[in-house]
Design a protein around this ligand. Structure first.
Ligand code: 0A1
Ligand code: ZN
Length: 893
């Protein structure tokens, strides 16, 4: 086995380290083939735990020497450990010299080369691929780093903290020395040595301190950094205003790199970004890219407090920093969107992502709690559960203690834990202690089950109205599904934000039995038992309940509402999220009905009329309309079916969604034409929510119009789309028009794709879009699948660059169910080949691709058997990485 025998790491086995590393002086002689690393550490024994040998982590390193207090010492190497038995009791200096080979590092973890420069990625366990160390987050040290490299090739030399010194050396080399005053775990270490240029901005924070912000990129990319810089400035301002958290560094650097496994990394004072999460111009990036960049820049910046100043004790606590930081970036995006309707749009997008990414995870082979209790490869646990469900858990704290209470909890958390490595329990305690007597504090232990129990809770709600007593009784029941290794779960604490609507849609005052008077028209019920009833009094007529407003808890809700009731909510609910949700539920019921009946879907006039009313609505926001008219995601539909105990036929789901799509295109043809014309943006491109909303709706309209036209054999709209594709002044509209042509399989799609590639072949991030569009293209007669296979041979295609691998392979396998799940199993065979090829290059990325099969055992036949066979084929390979093996073994368990 390539990584050695895989061991299961368990939370319950956590023990504090036997030694602390207090300071480290690192020096690097950078060379792509062989980089020399010298590390001088001040080490102290941890008197709180029993004595034992010093065991340092190290992988793929060549060890040259080991000195303790300047003297050589005996040691041994076992697997990925360097073991020193005879370390002194008193504080001592350990000096290690080793080499590593950055240019051979295709895994992109540790020190690697990209585009002729050096970059690092140390989270979670990459530092041990640079030098021998106690590579665990509870060991925090102060770093001083000297970089030496060829000056012409690597004019920029960066590391964490403050620049102390620079100078020239012999043989055309130069050096830079950096010092980071904040003790940090090794996963936050970073260095960059490359030929880069920077955009700079000086800012003064509230406290009157001056700071330098820098965004470093390759020479030609400088004009694409304006949006990232603006996002960074906005993030600094926001964190100070909302949470009183200031920038604590004189210099804050952000660097772009095109080979990167994830979106970005929060290294202290030196964030490293995938260029896809950093670079944007109107000509090359879409509105969605601009939005993503804003949120990732904010996310990494916010980690400076939630993650860096207070870090994780161990990797089981990953959600302590990730769930909290995702919550913070979501709140930031909402505040940036400002208008209430735009805030709702943000929330809807976040919930859509949760439902299509996290819900399947929580129901599948890889289901794990927000705080996992074991892992083989920690890289496999940077998941939607840890990130997105973790963010929902943090949101529930805020729902239970209120916004001011939440801010007080954050304040106490930093007062108690600044400079420490802590656990999710410490966060929970701070929130509860800052809010004594709150709905959280009184049920803290039960609330913490959100960290421990995997699976999406299901909540059933049923109401009954008694006209005589004018009471409305709402009964809520929760059930918690079994997940791998977990059965018989305990009730969770589920905040249910809700309101009641009267017969003509007005919000009713809410008075619970026992209360002296009504308390507003919206409130949060706390479901904490398996079943609970809430009795509302003085209810004049039978109400329609609007439950789980704003998606107040990450659960699957069954409220049993009829079409009529849902139509009323779609029209009148004061909560924009639930208006959208009502429309989705109407669509879902129709799609699921057709799939379960095995019949062709036929949309009814009431539904079509409701959709028309949304589209033509005089007041609704265009961005909201676009979301309301987007059909539920196929992955979410599949989960709904699976949750109800049905097997999943991806082709049947796709056929029903496609039919609904076509019928909406046909029936609303004139409305789409109106929407297209009425939502053209006048004036220059701005990535604002308002403009983005108009573009989203007009592009959606265009794709409906082209679809209708290609089916009815008319050429006007395909022609207009082609024209727009050619003349567009921005990437959102250009790509919108191109995907309208591609997804409708219009004849003009072929020349348009060629033209697009020719025009942008020197822009790697746009070439990624070109591959992704084809990988995700609507499937007709196996053409998309065949095209993807052919594109793997395209000169621009490579598995070595993660963005490129994702653009084509992941687009097909993860986001194009109809093209992927084939009755001849060719999609699964392709998947197995790609996983194996990728695993030899980059196990982390291969592990992600392996996840595609998480839900194989809910598939209908013949897909189920064929999928299992493909997984077994991967499992049979002896040379798998731990990353892929863990995923595959869980799938087969
Ligand atoms: N902490 C980063 C994400 C990240 C995680 C792991 C990585 O390599 C395995 C890289 C980046 C974040 O949340 O942004
Ligand atoms: Zn993060």
């Amino acid at each position: 086995m390539r990584d050695g025998t895989p061991t299961l790491i368990r939370l319950e086995d956590y023990v504090a380290p036997i030694y602390w590393i207090r300071t480290v002086e690192l020096s690097f002689d950078l060379d792509p083939a062989k980089t020399l690393v010298t590390s001088k550490m001040q080490i102290q024994r941890n008197a709180a735990v029993p004595h034992g040998p010093l065991r340092l982590h190290g992988e793929e390193l060549t060890l040259l020497r080991v000195l303790i207090n300047g003297e050589s010492v005996s040691f041994r190497q076992e697997g990925h450990e360097l073991i020193i038995e005879g370390a002194p009791d008193a504080d001592f200096t350990l000096e290690i010299r080793n080499t590593c080979a950055p240019e051979k590092n295709t895994a992109l973890s540790g020190l690697y080369t990209s585009g002729g420069g050096f970059f690092t990625q140390c989270e979670a366990e990459g530092f041990r691929r640079i030098t021998y160390f106690l590579d665990r987050p509870d060991v925090m040290a102060v770093y001083t780093v000297t970089l030496r490299a060829d000056q012409a090739k690597y004019p920029v030399l960066l590391s964490n903290g403050n620049l102390l010194e620079t100078g020239e050396l012999d043989n055309g080399r130069h050096f830079a020395k950096w010092h980071d005053p904040f003790p940090k775990p090794s996963y936050l270490f970073a260095l960059v040595a490359a030929d880069l240029v920077s955009r700079e901005q000086r800012i003064r924070t509230r406290a009157g301190k001056d700071h330098l912000l820098q965004v470093y990129v390759r020479r030609g990319d400088l004009e694409k950094t304006e949006h990232a810089m603006n996002s960074l400035i906005a993030s600094v301002v926001w964190d100070e205003a909302r949470f009183g958290l200031p920038l604590d560094l004189e210099r804050f650097m952000v660097v772009g790199v095109s080979d990167f496994n994830m979106g970005a990394m929060e290294n202290k004072g030196l964030n490293i970004f995938n260029t896809s999460a950093l670079l944007a111009s109107a000509a090359t990036a879409t509105d969605a890219d601009f939005h993503r960049i804003e949120s990732i820049v904010a996310h990494e910046y916010f980690h400076n407090w939630t993650g860096n100043r207070v870090t994780c004790r161990d990797w089981f606590q990953l959600s302590l920093k990730e769930g909290l930081t995702v919550f913070r970036d979501q709140e930031f995006s909402q505040d940036m969107a400002a208008a209430p309707s735009a805030r709702a749009v943000c929330r809807i997008q976040d919930v859509r992502a949760l439902r299509s990414g996290q819900f399947p995870e929580d129901a599948g082979a890889m289901a794990h709690p927000v705080r996992p209790d074991s892992y083989v490869e920690i890289n496999n646990f940077y998941t939607a559960t840890v990130y997105n469900k973790g963010a929902e858990v943090v949101r529930m704290y805020q729902t239970l203690v209120g916004r001011a209470g939440f801010e007080a909890g954050m304040k106490l958390y930093f007062e108690r834990h600044d400079g420490q490595a802590v656990t999710c329990d410490d966060f929970a305690a701070a929130m509860a202690d800052a809010n004594p007597g709150s709905a959280l504090a009184t049920r803290l232990e039960a609330f913490k089950r959100w960290y421990v129990q995997a699976g999406t809770p299901r909540v059933q709600a049923r109401g009954s109205y008694d006209a005589e007593t004018q009471t409305y009784t709402l009964t809520l029941r929760q059930t918690l599904p079994d997940t791998p290794g977990q059965t018989h779960k305990q009730a969770q604490v589920i905040p249910v934000a809700m309101g009641l609507l009267g017969a003509d849609g007005q919000a009713l005052p809410l008075q619970l039995q026992g209360e002296a008077a009504a308390q507003g028209s919206e409130r949060v019920l706390v479901l904490e038992q398996l079943e609970q009833s809430f009795v509302f009094v003085n209810v004049a007529s039978a109400p329609v309940p609007s439950l789980l407003r704003g998606f107040s808890a990450p659960v699957l809700l069954d409220d049993g509402l009829s079409d009529t009731e849902l139509l009323m909510l779609l029209q009148h609910d004061a909560d924009a999220f639930n208006r959208w949700e009502a429309g989705q539920r109407l669509a879902l019921a129709r799609i699921i009905g057709a799939v379960r009946a095995g019949a062709a879907l036929q949309l009814d006039a009431a539904f079509i009329q409701a959709m028309r009313a949304v589209l033509r609505h005089a007041e609704l926001d265009p961005a909201f309309k676009a979301l309301a008219l987007t059909l539920p995601d196929e992955a979410y539909i599949a989960e709904q079916l699976a949750a109800a105990g049905h097997s999943v036929d991806p082709q049947a789901i796709h056929a029903a969604v496609e039919a609904a799509h076509i019928q909406l295109a046909d029936a609303l043809h004139e409305d789409w034409a109106w929407a297209f014309d009425a939502h053209q943006v006048r004036g220059g491109y701005q990535p604002t929510p308002q403009q983005a909303g108009q573009r989203a709706l007009s592009n959606q309209a265009l794709s409906m119009l082209v679809l209708h036209a290609t089916r009815s054999g008319t050429t006007v709209w395909p022609g207009r789309a082609y024209q727009r594709f050619k003349d567009a002044s921005n990437m959102t509209d250009r790509l919108g028009a191109l995907s309208a042509l591609v997804n409708a399989h219009a004849e003009l799609a072929v020349p348009a794709l060629e033209r697009f590639h020719a025009q942008f072949r020197h822009e790697p991030l746009v070439v990624d879009k070109w591959f992704a569009l084809q990988g995700r293209a609507a499937e007709v007669d196996g053409k998309t699948f065949a095209r993807v296979k052919q594109l793997t041979q395209h000169p621009d295609f490579t598995l070595k660059n993660p963005n490129r691998a994702r653009s084509l392979i992941f687009s097909l396998c993860m986001f194009n169910p109809a093209a992927f799940h084939r009755s001849d199993a060719a999609g699964y065979v392709f998947w197995a080949e790609q996983v194996l090829q990728l695993d030899a290059i980059n196990p982390q990325v291969a592990g992600r691709l392996a996840r595609v099969m998480d839900r194989w055992n809910v598939l209908a036949q013949p897909y189920r058997d064929a999928a299992r066979e493909a997984i077994a084929r991967v499992a049979a390979k002896p040379e798998l990485s731990n990353d892929v093996r863990e995923i595959i073994e869980r799938a087969l368990a």
